[in-house]
Design a protein. Structure first.
Lengths: 190, 132
């Protein structure tokens, strides 16, 4: 039996078919949730953001023209939503680099010296605090590159910006992280 | 190329985003320059150190997520109707009510009309009846 395509499901969902939208959520939830988790860190915030991205997509379904694939269209909505959340979080953030170094330098040293998926929760929290120091646009561009392996052109399309902006954002994000990493004891990237 | 220029290109070089001549120039420089090569290695290790590959999602967790999203979609659809009612239907109803009140409160124009006008109207009516 052939699987109904995303485009057809999107058209049915736009016409009010709840089952069609549920199937779209089922298909695309893993990627959207992974993006939100990598970009926003905290599990509660990431979960809320992933749900909100799908909710925004549902409201926007009547405007889905089918020019781009549903996957690309949805991904762009999720990227923009993550960017909004990061910008709002950035306005609330008040911890200084000194405070970060004082609280997390050992955990960050461990996390950076042992690049493995099996990091402790404490180390992952410290990594999250480190990444949260990047400007939202830089963090998102680097996440799309490192996590999803997107090309610069794909990142530019997802973030609705120029290729030069993508190059600059990723270059500056790496330089900033490498610069901060030099302060952590034991990190072999230092 | 200078060391500074090479370091500026390292990020794109790592991601395979340079054109062939630039890529070859950076690679040749790294072969000959231990300091820039060490910097490239540092940047290369950042990704795996800071970004975890997503774990394969548990189908039950995905189904639970689908259920949560659909519950929000349903309540969003209800609140959409509520918003529509608040923004469109309520003012429309208010306007209709105001119109009704205005119509009732307004005196009958014929009652206040000057006698002459009423008489002319009456005459005109009878003229139509008489004339074939």
């Amino acid at each position: 039996m052939t699987q109904t395509g995303d485009g057809e499901l999107a058209r049915s969902a736009a016409a009010g078919d709840g089952d069609a939208f549920a199937e779209l959520v089922r298909r695309h939830a893993p990627r959207v949730r992974a993006l939100c988790a990598a970009t926003l860190g905290g599990p509660g915030e990431a979960e809320d953001a992933a749900q909100e991205a799908f909710l925004k997509a549902h409201r926007a379904l009547p405007r889905f023209s089918g020019e781009a694939s549903f996957s690309t269209w949805l991904h762009r909505i999720a990227v923009n939503h993550c960017l909004d959340v990061l910008r709002a979080a950035g306005r609330r953030r008040s911890d200084s680099l000194e405070a970060l170094l004082e609280a997390d330098s050992e955990a960050l040293g461990r996390a950076l010296s042992e690049p493995s998926p099996a990091k402790s929760l404490e180390d992952r929290d410290a990594v999250e605090r480190l990444l949260s120091r990047l400007p939202p646009e830089q963090r998102l561009a680097l996440t799309l590159r490192e996590l999803e392996g997107l090309t610069y052109e794909e990142i530019a399309a997802a973030m609705s910006c120029s290729l030069d902006s993508v190059k600059a954002r990723i270059r500056r994000a790496r330089a900033e992280l490498a610069g901060m990493a030099r302060h952590f004891p034991g990190a072999d990237i230092v | 190329m200078t060391h500074e220029k090479i370091r500026e290109l390292l990020s794109e070089w790592l991601d395979g985003e340079l054109d062939a001549p630039a890529r070859a120039a950076v690679s040749a420089h790294l072969d000959a320059c231990p300091a820039c090569d060490a910097e490239a290695a540092r940047l290369r290790r950042l990704g795996p150190a800071l970004f975890r590959a997503p774990v394969r999602p548990d189908p039950r967790a995905t189904e639970a997520f689908v259920a949560r999203v659909m519950a929000r979609v349903d309540s969003d659809s209800v609140s959409l109707w509520e918003r529509l009612a608040a923004r469109v239907l309520a003012p429309a109803l208010g306007l209709a009510l105001a119109g009704l009140v205005f119509a009732i409160a307004m005196p009958d124009p014929d009652e206040d009309a000057p006698l002459g006008v009423a008489a002319v109207s009456a005459d005109a009516g009878s003229a139509f009846e008489v004339a074939p």
